[in-house]
Design a protein around this ligand. Sequence first.
Ligand code: FPP
Ligand code: MG
Length: 336
Amino acid sequence: MMNAEGIFRYYEKDLRRVEGEIAKIFSSDVVVIPDIGRHLIGGGGKRLRPMYLLMSAALSGYSGDGRYVFAGVIETIHAASLLHDDVVDGAGVRRGKPTSHSIWGTQVVILVGDYLYANSLRMAVSQQNLKTMEAISYAVAKMSEGEILQLQKIADPEITEADYVRIVESKTGALISASCKIGAILGGLSEEKVNAMASYGLKSGTVFQIYDDILDFKADEENLGKKLGRDLHEGKITLPLIYLLKSANAQERQELTAIIDSTSDEDMPDKEKDGQIERDLKKVLTLFKKYDVIEKTMDKAKEIVAEAKAELSAFDDCKEKDALIVMAEYALSRDK
Ligand code: FPP
Ligand code: MG
């Protein structure tokens, strides 16, 4: 069986076609639009969503050019959402580079996000397939809902695991679910199989985000291309922290809530902030060790990987199915 690297290599030529579609969506004679496009999209990214779409189309027996268009559409919607997300999160670095809004300013970047989103939809509409439009618009509505719910739960130590799962399924799972679903729709599969692919995508996407949230605490910063401890600093209480809050004793819990409360201090100078993040992160990591928090979070993620794989039981065994199984596991083995 191929490993994830082999699968990415196998799809290299297809991904190049997808890049062409992305460039089309970015094109405009208002030059700041392709400028920001090149900065963000040309600046890397795993092309995870296009991969899921191509792989799902392959399993569904679809090999038409529409898959490149939809893969480009989904990746560009993802890019638009990151432009907005980095403004909302006040993030300074993404993929090892300064974020677009820190270069071009928030006003232009928000509007470029709108342009990319709208132009992606235009490109999708050109394919004249209503079911795919339903999948895309549902996903974007969910993503927005997830981001809004996440904002409402900022720095709320009462946040539950169920709240977290809902946020993550919405903000990340939904678009990956749509990627997988569109592949199956293009292949003209039965409703049962289309839904199985959508559930596989939802679960796989959820695992990716849970692991992202783990990496935020423990990755190699340089490799990750963004600063560690950002979530904590933004007041985002992710699954590891939820588990820690559950296990911690009264005094530790109080210390943790103090850290969470201090995170929204906007006026602190950057240098002091960095020092504080580092100290807070160290404290939290020590407690993670004490209560095996990362292991518990990984166990939960592995459970969801198993559920994702089980969704594929509706499909006959074949190498395309094996590849999707490998992708579900890859979510937990990457280092960025
Ligand atoms: C990154 O999360 C952000 C998302 C997964 C979704 C963002 C969605 C929206 C802003 C709504 C949809 C908007 C449009 C224009 C389609 P994160 O902050 O946890 O990850 P990060 O560390 O990569 O920033
Ligand atoms: Mg963010």
